[in-house]
Design a protein around this ligand. Structure first.
Ligand SMILES: Nc1ncnc2c1ncn2[C@@H]1O[C@H](COP(=O)(O)OP(=O)(O)OP(=O)(O)O)[C@@H](O)[C@H]1O
Ligand SMILES: [Mg+2]
Length: 373
């Protein structure tokens, strides 16, 4: 099939990618499927960008690397895979609902996030708009308890929920096989949607999972299942974190010391790790032991001190003893336990003071993260 350029859409141009008002390169759409193309162009119009459209993959090589984002119709996936093009980020694989099997199959090979149309038209428009701006990707933060029961899951959920209420796209990921399911902690246990077992063996890119995941308020949650005993593989955990960093502003992972393999992969996949340590001598000693063993695997580690439990070790002393940056201090919130037991997410159950402290700790932790495109 000869490579040719769509003549239909006024906004889609031939030749080198059209430069929109910014200096950034345009999105590239590769599909011969008229319906998919119509939908992709509708998203492009909504995003205010002018894409370059190719009906097959032969001409893709020339534009492959420079395009802000590449949208590949599932009809072209096989031939694109045969081209052995250089690896690049921001490749999206487009298909309809009935293409799910093919989408899953080629998503891995092409390292492409799946976009199901028309369901995800709005998401696609945002992705295209982002692709021609700074091209920032999301940030992943891991939260890990320096000792048991210190409040790590609560803090992870609190940070995630608060950020989601600010209008950010946030995913809370449960990486604790023995935590009882983080959906329970945020009051989403009855919300239908995928839990880990559905993704447990996944590798590569999984697409934008948003349509499938349970949601509470604006927060999306990927939880362990209480029904199925299937722990995600370390590869699946890192695949989900990598993929969701492309579709979300923030991915918060509730890490656990109970599975070393998951912890190691989780620590490697995040941009920053917040270690929660209570302000008493024993907890600090436990934190020291943890850092001695795992600190080498952590990116940008810092400590969040859990105060108010009577320990009384000043937060600065906790941080300097652990030789970590101090991300923040979280006090004891007397409403937390009862609120959470009634099914409220920690950010809603807690009072304003804890919420503010949670925001500060998150902001400080993220401040040191370098944004790569
Ligand atoms: N800042 C806080 N104020 C009051 N209660 C809290 C606070 N943080 C956590 N809690 C309560 O402490 C208990 C343990 O919290 P959580 O499950 O988050 O700890 P964890 O460190 O994740 O535990 P594990 O080691 O089992 O994973 C829960 O009952 C929770 O509601
Ligand atoms: Mg926990």
């Amino acid at each position: 099939m000869a490579t040719h350029i769509s003549t239909r859409p006024a906004s889609a141009r031939q030749g080198s990618p059209v430069r929109p008002s910014s200096e950034a390169a345009a999105p590239l759409i590769i599909t011969a499927d008229e319906e998919l193309l119509d939908r992709a162009l509708a998203s492009a119009a909504a995003a205010g960008v002018e894409p370059l459209v190719l009906h097959d993959v032969l001409a893709a090589r020339r534009h492959w690397s420079e395009a802000s984002v590449v949208l590949v119709g599932v009809d072209c996936a096989r031939s694109l895979a045969g081209q052995a093009l250089p690896a690049r980020s921001r490749v999206l694989l487009l298909g309809a609902d009935h293409d799910q099997e093919e989408l899953c199959r080629w998503s891995m090979t092409l390292a492409a996030a799946v976009v199901v149309l028309p369901t995800q038209l709005t998401w696609l428009a945002a992705a295209m708009a982002e692709g021609v701006s700074a091209g920032a990707t999301g940030v992943a933060i891991g939260v890990l308890g320096g000792s048991g029961g210190v409040g790590a899951s609560t803090t992870a959920a609190g940070m995630a929920w608060r950020a989601a209420q600010d209008g950010r796209r946030v995913l809370l990921v449960d990486a604790d096989p023995y935590g009882g399911g983080i959906d329970l902690l945020v009051g989403a246990e009855d919300v239908p949607g995928w839990r880990w077992p559905r993704l447990a063996t996944a590798t590569g890119h999984l697409g934008d999972l948003s349509q499938q995941l349970p949601r509470v308020d604006q927060l999306e949650v990927l939880a362990m299942s209480r029904e199925v005993v299937e722990v995600p593989s370390p590869e699946a955990l890192s695949a989900v974190i990598r993929t969701c960093r492309q579709s979300h502003d923030l991915v918060v992972i509730d890490l656990s010391r109970s599975s070393e393999a998951l912890l190691y992969e989780g620590l490697r996949a995040v941009d920053v790790t917040a270690v929660l340590v209570a302000d008493d001598v024993r907890s600090v000693a436990a934190g020291q032991r943890l850092i001695a063993e795992w600190g080498g695997a952590m990116s940008g580690p810092g400590v969040v001190v859990r105060s108010g439990l009577g320990g009384g070790v000043p937060a600065e002393v906790v941080a300097s003893t652990l030789e970590l940056d101090l991300f923040g201090v979280l006090g004891h919130d007397r409403h937390m336990r009862a609120g959470v037991l009634q099914g409220e997410p920690p950010g809603r159950a807690a009072g304003r003071r804890w919420s503010r402290q949670c925001d500060t700790a998150l902001t400080t932790a993220l401040a040191g993260v370098r944004h790569d495109s």
